[in-house]
Design a protein around this ligand. Sequence first.
Ligand SMILES: [Zn+2]
Length: 179
Amino acid sequence: MTHPWVGADENALPRKELSPPVDVEPPLHGAGGVGCNACEHEPDQWDLYEDDLWRVRALHQDMTFPGSAMLHSKRHANGIADLTPQEAATFGVMCQRITQALLSREAGSPGYGDGRVGRVHMHFWGDGGEHFHVWFFPRPLGYLDLRGSFLVEWEELLPPASEAELLAGAADLRARLNR
Ligand SMILES: [Zn+2]
């Protein structure tokens, strides 16, 4: 698998101009809770954990790294700024819980490589859906090219895991989160 970040002649790379700013930005997905996928959630095989405030789901569409997951607030919160004090206080606990669960995978666990996880990357982008959500990616142990922000770039380039592999990764993480 090759990648585009080294070896290219910099002067030959196409340049893209920064577009001028718009006056009014387009609405985010599910703005105001209308047509929001997270609010309209129906339980399915990708659910991993749920309590009064939080839901954790396995990411399963064209995902390379089994065990990749998303944390959602149960309530429609417009990003982190809109969390209640109780949600804000338990958010860190949930992040730690998901991270510890992924880090505890032993060799032979479902996952990329031998299953073990070097670090867990959390990504909190806010330009897709309005409903508060955070991405968790298990960075496979030993794959140094995958360190840092390149992990999600590689995630787009490497072949996706099979559904069976993603289901196995989901089952493994579900068991670890509910211990
Ligand atoms: Zn929502």
